[in-house]
Design a protein around this ligand. Structure first.
Ligand code: ATP
Ligand code: MG
Length: 361
């Protein structure tokens, strides 16, 4: 069987450059590599509602924003199926059955959910749906028989949980589900891009993002105000590179030709870092360089976004067609699951015969 991708994003805001380096860029490369039999990209609105139950309008409005972000980074609906999670009831049904295979204490151990609970001040009032979203994510992944899940590092515990569910299901009910593998970015900085405030993770919920759809002036404003090294006051002062967000973003975004194009006096990032460490490089210089590198990457994305923004009914059709196609696949997996669990009574002639024999005595 060929390799299949499933991944997605919560429609809780527009997508940012953390999503881009953590997952989106990789998805587009994978899409264009021709190595994958099928690619499913999901707008996880049902998951977004698990911690936004009181903000349905926010989720509803961000569906189209996320779809536009997908199309603008180069996901191509001719090669990739884009779907909306809540419109596929089979995913909810799978979640319900998988819940029987997971313990509360196992969910409590999930470090990403733990830190997300803290971040949202949910300690005393965690919605059950939020607490159990790793199970629903396992349903999403397995419904499409995904082999490969390109995501950032925060998703590692979710993938581990999904693999455990698959193993447990197959052990109890017979070989049915496919065990997925995580595809983390090779570049370590990209696995968890920090926010512009230097906080551990750029995240829609923390409001520390550079959005893919930010206009060029907005990006420059954010880069300009970035925190560097508080002890690097004069240009001649030695500077710290570690923990300096400008360098972290350069690590994530510099390409082979970036120096030649925008800062030819240095051959590569190591040379620039060395000079900054010794002293003699001003913060404005590295910020201008970062801004040029980012703009090089973001300008074509912005342009494609404008193209699609003028074609919203077409985007609607893409979402509808993708969701309909995806539902067929999820329905077929659900049929397999129910057969394996022996709860497909009305499609199971053995069950009738068995019951008949039992009562004939
Ligand atoms: P929310 O705050 O609503 O959870 P988010 O910004 O964390 O939003 P998600 O929709 O949860 O975004 O994540 C979508 C994908 O992007 C996941 O694969 C996740 O690993 C990846 N991702 C999110 N933030 C980052 C980041 N800062 N660095 C690298 N990858 C990221
Ligand atoms: Mg998240």
């Amino acid at each position: 069987m060929g390799k299949i991708i499933l991944t997605g994003d919560r429609p809780t805001g527009r997508l940012h450059i953390g999503h881009y380096v953590g997952s989106l860029r990789r998805r587009v490369e994978m899409q264009n590599s021709g190595e994958f039999e099928k690619i499913y990209i999901m707008i996880a609105d049902a998951q977004a509602l698990t911690d936004n139950a009181e903000h349905p309008e926010k989720v509803r409005q961000n569906i189209m924003e996320v779809a536009l972000d997908y199309l603008s980074v180069g996901l191509n609906p001719a090669k990739t199926t884009i779907l909306i999670q809540s419109q596929i009831p089979e995913l909810t049904e799978l979640t319900f059955y998988y819940s029987d295979l997971v313990t509360v204490s196992r969910l409590q151990r999930n470090p990403t959910v733990k830190s997300e609970i803290q971040m949202r001040n949910f300690e005393a009032s965690i919605p059950v749906g939020f607490f159990t979203y790793p199970i629903s994510q396992a349903a999403d992944i397995t419904a499409f028989k995904a082999t490969t899940v390109p995501v950032g590092e925060d998703q590692e515990p979710m993938l581990e949980q999904a693999r455990e569910i698959v193993r447990k299901f197959n052990a109890v009910y017979g070989e049915t589900l496919v065990e997925p593998a995580i595809a983390l970015p090779e570049n370590e900085t990209c696995r968890r891009l920090p926010g512009i405030d230097g906080k551990a993770k750029m995240s829609k919920s923390l409001g520390n993002c550079i959005y893919l759809s930010d206009p060029a002036e907005k990006v420059w404003e954010k880069v300009h105000d970035m925190y560097t090294d508080p002890d690097h006051i004069k240009v001649t002062d030695p500077g710290k590179v570690e923990g300096n967000v400008v360098f972290t973003y350069l690590d994530a975004f510099v390409k082979a030709d970036s120096f030649e194009k925008f800062l030819p006096e240095y051959a590569n990032l190591d040379e620039l870092k060395d000079h900054y460490r010794k002293g003699g490089v001003g913060d404005m210089k590295i910020k201008k360089f970062l801004n040029a590198v980012l703009d090089d990457e973001l300008a074509p994305i912005r342009e494609r976004r404008h193209y699609w923004e003028a074609r919203i009914p077409e985007v609607y059709d893409i979402l509808k067609a993708g969701t309909e196609e995806a539902e067929k696949v999820a329905a077929s997996t659900l049929t397999d699951v129910k057969r394996a669990m022996k709860i497909d009574y009305f499609n199971d002639p053995d069950w009738i015969a068995e019951q008949e024999a039992k009562f004939a005595k």
